[in-house]
Design a protein around this ligand. Structure first.
Ligand code: 3HC
Ligand code: NAI
Length: 679
């Protein structure tokens, strides 16, 4: 079957694209669309055109795999122009997602009809580019600048109903009858003597001209969100051109901007992230024929910080959870926090009261271990202590039904040792959530030596259902993420002893694009995790801080001083503590440059990443990137630590590591010598 086919329904030409999985607008699709428009023009019996797609979605955008390759015509801008210039009016019939180039095709059409479940958007900015087929010029003309600008600058799609409200969609179709409704609509509009042409519309942009300060205000209000990003800035410039320039000139500006962005490192990094996210879901040695296990009921052990957050993921996805604690008070506290979190979300308008009650009704709190017997998946989130974990798993083995998946949320402990406490290590897996577990996207799925393929595959699919990005990790201390984090933390501590200030270290990392640095992170988590007054011996700066009551944000002071609004400022007391500590150890402080801080914090992480790859703890370098992007807020526009390392140059990194006394990982060394890359 051809990728684009046409058929006549009386006087309507129905143009159908069929390019699975998402009807990306590759060369053959573009050529097919251009031919169809010509065919309509040449056929006097045709009065109007319907453009639609087979399969799960309307065009989800340009074909990203063609980016960076020599372009083969017709280009998408000219296809959109041809549709718009057609004397026979065109109706876009939208289901699934009309994204990027897909929405641009729809904007080239004279009319748009969509099913209620459809979503429409221009997500190009998330790939570090901007809409390049007239989207930045047509959308503001159709819906106005106030609605168009955020869609283009942030890239989030909007539902069909909203699209109708702002004039992007002319009519809502029946969920099951899009094609017939679109044909009927085409017949109706064919009777009109004129048809709306997006590029010729001036009413909405004239409106925007009355408020010339709008763009500057938008820039200022969103300065924080847009920090360090090239594409959104270009998006604003392009929309500004839509207001101030005639269509042709605005479109020229759009072209110039997209050409510049396309070659940028940020865009390459963001495209890498797009494909890396999808690759992470694939497990190399597990075939499509592996059957997954049903997960209809979940149980969670421990209603502490993690247990509560983990539970919320399943409740929100409509999966019932039994939550177990040792004592009623802890159980009540845990359940109350879950409710409080949901209610806070409802207060912000992101959930209805009914949704909150629906989620809470799926929760069964218990103190009875036997209540876990029904669960298909049991996730343990008790204290981080091997003896306790082994005891819990041995007990679980006694009550869990045959085939139930037994998961641990351990951060660092050896999963295989935990599994050895059961008679069914094949059912044991690590599900390492990140805090706050109801918010953070990352899930490290830890594959034990004996974990069954079906168990692993089930957990990967389940991750998607609860809206997580899952990455497979082998068993090692700290798995992928925390193992690399430990390297950074060690080096940050060393740097402080050499003379770098904690706030300088944090500043270098936040300037790089991380949401916070190691000392801000410690203050947030609490410096006293794993610390006890009885055993504290003033042997590290952290111990001294805890001894002096500086235990982090919760005590109003840690590495930083905090005011009543939790605003941090560098602490003179901490500076003194550090100076005394260094003096006692007999070493000298020296000035440490920002460049040295960055290299010594991030290069050892890359080095550790190379070992993780070499040991096959991670399946692929891009999986390591996904862990850091989704678990620790590494800036996506650098692509993640391993992609970033490629852009820095592995030879440069290896050289710097050696200079600072690190043993360079063999894989990194080999790649550096051969001029190779991780990705
Ligand atoms: N080009 C090429 N391949 C694409 C693609 C695209 N635009 N969009 C998705 N795919 C591929 C994915 O890589 C994946 O391949 P795989 O199965 O080999 O891993 C497959 O299609 C299925 O994708 P998902 O797993 O993401 O499927 P979902 O059903 O979860 O999501 C979607 C569907 C919402 C359409 C999502 O794929 C998506 O957001 N796609 C990207 C949309 C986008 O960014 N469009 C703008 C492109 S840039 C552009 O249009 C420029 C223009 O202005 C000139
Ligand atoms: P927490 O101390 O907040 O919660 C643990 C809960 O488990 C407590 O409420 C405790 O009463 C309960 N508990 C202990 N033994 C139990 C038993 N036998 N049966 C039932 N309940 C029991 O600890 P947190 O932070 O939630 O950590 C739990 C696990 O998650 C640990 O393994 C930790 O390493 C891991 N983790 C923690 C993260 C964090 O940021 N806090 C992040 C990722 C993983």
């Amino acid at each position: 079957m051809s990728i684009v086919s046409t058929r006549k329904e009386g006087d309507i030409l129905v143009v159908s694209a069929n390019n699975p999985p998402v009807n990306a607008l590759g060369q053959a699709v573009r050529a097919g669309l251009a031919d169809a428009i010509k065919a309509a023009a040449a056929d006097d019996s045709i009065k109007a055109i319907v453009i639609r797609c087979d399969g799960r979605t309307f065009f989800a955008g340009a074909d990203i795999t063609e980016f960076g390759k020599p372009p083969v015509g017709p280009g998408l801008p000219s296809v959109c122009d041809a549709i718009e210039a057609s004397a026979k009016p065109a109706v876009a019939a939208i289901h699934g997602t009309a994204l990027g180039g897909g929405l641009e095709v729809a904007l080239g059409c004279h009319y748009r009809i969509a099913v209620p479940s459809a979503k429409l958007g221009l997500p190009e900015v998330k790939l570090g580019i901007l809409p390049g087929a007239g989207g930045t010029q047509r959308l503001p003309r159709v819906v106005g600048v106030k609605d168009a600008l955020p869609m283009i600058v942030f890239g989030d799609p909007i539902p069909a109903k909203k699209a109708e409200a702002i004039g992007l969609v002319d009519r809502i179709a029946g969920e099951q009858s899009l094609e017939t409704d679109a044909i009927a609509f085409a017949r109706e509009i064919a009777k009109n003597s004129t048809h709306p042409v997006s590029r010729d519309r001036t009413d909405k942009v004239d409106e925007a001209k009355k408020d010339p300060a709008f763009f500057e205000r938008f820039r200022q209000e969103n300065a924080r969100k847009l920090r360090g990003l090239e594409a959104p800035v270009a998006c604003i410039e392009a929309v500004q051109a839509a207001v101030n320039l005639p269509y042709e000139e605005g479109a020229k500006k759009e072209r110039e901007l997209i050409m510049k962005l396309m070659g940028s490192t940020q865009s390459k990094a963001l495209r890498h992230v797009f494909f890396a996210e999808r690759a992470a879901a694939k497990i190399d040695d597990i075939g499509a024929d592996t059957q997954t296990l049903p997960v209809k009921k979940v149980a969670v052990l421990g209603a502490g910080t993690m247990g509560g957050g983990i539970t919320m993921n399943f409740l929100s996805a409509g999966i019932p959870v039994t939550i177990l604690e040792r004592e009623q008070a802890a159980l009540d506290r845990g359940v109350a926090i879950i409710r409080k979190n949901y209610e806070a979300t409802a207060k912000k308008g992101r959930l209805t009261t009914e949704q909150v009650e629906k989620a809470m009704s799926l929760l069964t709190p218990t103190l009875d271990f036997n209540a876990l017997g029904e669960a298909d998946l049991i996730i343990e989130a008790v204290f981080e202590n091997m003896e306790i974990k082994k005891e819990v798993f041995a007990r679980l083995d006694g009550v869990a039904k045959p085939g139930a998946i037994l998961a641990s949320n351990t951060s660092y402990l050896n999963l295989d040792e935990i599994a050895s406490a059961t008679k069914r290590p094949e059912s044991v897996i690590g599900l390492h959530f990140f805090s706050p577990a109801n918010v953070m996207k990352l899930l490290e799925v830890v594959r034990g030596a004996k974990t069954a393929p079906a168990v692993l595959k089930t957990c990967m699919e389940l991750a998607r259902k609860i809206n997580k990005v899952a990455v497979v990790s082998g068993v090692c201390f700290g798995f992928i993420g925390n193992r690399m984090l430990s390297q950074r933390q060690q080096e940050a501590n060393k740097l402080v002893l050499e003379g770098a200030k904690p706030w300088d270290i944090d500043r270098v990392l936040t300037s790089f694009g991380m949401p916070m640095g190691p000392f801000q992170m410690s203050d947030l988590a609490g410096l006293d995790i794993g610390w006890s007054a009885e055993t504290s011996k003033s042997s590290t700066i952290r111990e001294v801080l805890c001894e002096r009551g500086r235990r982090g944000q919760k005590t109003g002071k840690g590495f930083y001083d905090y005011d009543e609004n939790r605003k941090a400022s560098p602490s003179p007391e901490v500076e003194e503590i550090i100076a005394e500590f260094i003096a006692k150890s007999g070493s000298n402080q020296r000035p440490v440059s920002d460049e040295e801080i960055l290299e010594r914090l991030l290069y050892p992480m890359v080095n550790e990443g190379a070992k993780i790859l070499d040991e096959k703890i991670a399946q692929r370098a891009s999986d390591i990137d996904i862990v850091w992007l989704n678990g620790y807020g590494w800036p996506a526009y650098t692509g993640g630590p391993m992609f970033w390392a490629d852009t820095v140059g592995l030879d440069k990194i290896a050289e710097s590591l050696a200079k600072h006394g690190f043993a360079v990982a063999p894989l990194l060394k080999a790649k550096a010598e051969q001029g190779g890359k991780f990705n």
